[in-house]
Design a protein around this ligand. Structure first.
Ligand code: AMP
Ligand code: MG
Length: 311
């Protein structure tokens, strides 16, 4: 006889954002054990990929790999590889070497002032995806300028959701949903339903709320509507336009559906930089991916993704 599955929800902060996990499990003990393992897994990835932690594997790599090959963990290498692939495909619109420019943006948010031209020039000289070299054979990384800073903020959360889902599956849990900020990854639908019902606050000014049914896939939202600093009447979003070195100044929102979180997350960030019509090209590069972009008539702040409206 099949055990009846019950719904359990947890919420912890990881990588600086609320990270709710919803699972269906035979009992609470099972759910707690599995979700604890999933959160532990995300913590391990944070220690690997955070640019906020001085001693993360990523930051140690930035210090050590200038002019020489440094071998990295298989997971960090995979994420770097996917990021570089997308950088090439988008001609650098997606670019994880924007770290020095992100630091300038964070400073601007703190001080309310834009960086001066010299600081911008200097940071730009330390950025550019061509300055980051990967060797698959060595599973190693080499950097070609002093003071480079890699930033996986546009891709790591999606990957972390994928990893958490894998851990849940190893614990025998199939029906699960994980959210980290604008990134959602779903396993099987809730028992008896055809998908996880995700409430999407409408990005546009008409007030409708849309619903989307998600299962065995990922959904990511990126854009300039939520995190930005306003200076002299101009909004600079936390996503850097590598062509200017500054935060995106146009209002844009990108939503990507994909088979997994790493793809959805990274493509959503890329789509926000590319804008239309270029963002649509991503659908041809990645099988089964759906890209939507809104640029006109957006709310100034928008889109909380709310799985099942209950988290
Ligand atoms: P997301 O919220 O997934 O769109 O990611 C935004 C984060 O990605 C920023 O906070 C930065 O850490 C990082 N980032 C900023 N600009 C870029 C860019 N052009 N390409 C890749 N990552 C970026
Ligand atoms: Mg992203």
């Amino acid at each position: 006889m099949q055990t009846r599955l019950q719904r359990f929800e947890f919420n912890q902060i990881r990588m600086g954002v609320d990270t709710p996990i919803v699972v269906y499990a035979p009992d609470e003990e099972h759910a707690v054990r599995a979700c604890r393992a999933a959160y532990t897994r995300i913590s391990a990835l944070e220690q690997m990929m955070s640019d906020y932690r001085a001693n993360s594997e990523l930051n140690l790599l930035c210090q050590r790999a200038v002019g020489r090959w440094v071998r990295v963990s298989a997971e960090l290498f995979y994420v770097l590889w996917r990021a570089q692939k997308l950088a090439h495909q988008t001609d650098g619109a997606f670019d994880i070497t924007v770290g020095p420019l992100v630091r300038l943006w964070r400073e601007a948010r703190r001080t309310g002032k834009l960086p001066d031209e010299a600081a911008l020039q200097e940071a730009r000289a330390r950025s550019g995806y061509r300055l980051l070299e990967l060797s698959r054979a060595k599973r190693a990384v080499r950097l070609h300028a002093e003071g480079m800073q890699l930033d996986l903020g546009g891709i790591a959360k999606g990957y972390a959701c994928d990893s958490a889902l894998r851990v849940l599956r190893q614990h025998g849990i199939q029906h699960a949903l994980i959210q980290m900020g604008g990134d959602i990854v779903a396993g099987e639908a809730p028992p008896g339903e055809s998908g996880w019902k995700i409430a999407l606050a409408a990005p546009t000014l008409d007030d409708s709320t849309n619903y989307l049914l998600l299962k065995n896939g990922a959904l990511a939202t990126s854009g300039s509507t939520e995190q930005y600093v306003e200076i002299e009447g101009v909004r600079y979003a936390h996503i850097i336009d590598p062509r200017t070195g500054l935060g995106l100044t146009r209002l844009i929102l990108a939503r990507v559906r994909a088979r997994d979180g790493i793809t959805a997350d990274s493509l959503a960030t890329a789509a926000a930089v590319l804008g239309m019509p270029d963002a649509k090209r991503l659908e041809r590069l990645y099988k089964g991916v759906r890209v939507q972009v809104w640029e006109a008539g957006l709310r100034q702040t928008a889109t909380k993704l709310t799985p099942n409206g209950r988290l």
